[in-house]
Design a protein around this ligand. Sequence first.
Ligand code: ZN
Length: 159
Amino acid sequence: MSVGVSTRVEEQPQVFDTSMASGSIVRLLWRAVRLRCPNCGRRGLFGKRMKLNERCASCGILLERGESDHFLGAYLFNLIVVELVLAAVLATVAIVTWPNPPWGLLQWGGMLLAIVLAVVCYPFAKSLWLAFDVWLRPFTAAERDIAAGAPREIAEELV
Ligand SMILES: [Zn+2]
């Protein structure tokens, strides 16, 4: 912390291009649940077979934010949602059919439901995780330049 009068402007770690501003968390999540880029709202997060594209074609944000393990959180989020939904469905069926629940149906149907839910929820888990990440770490001009191919050191100097 500085003492006295200083004419020096405090360094800002990041400079945000307002044209890349993402908006509120509600807007980010709304874009994500529609499988759109949380940053700009354009379509095209996923390619063929729901494979995540490297970057948004519109704003250029790296969809894994330049980190190979970026989506570990998405995997965890997907697992939690699938397990909660599965538990709710199985408990509801067991309670409704009590005292003679269809144990075979619950066992095999539960396994099938877990697989289907994991596949269906997967793209939403990724887009929602990206939305949270963009909310916590907004897209910067440096990130845009890195995505465009500039070496990280040069792009960070531009900030
Ligand atoms: Zn975008």
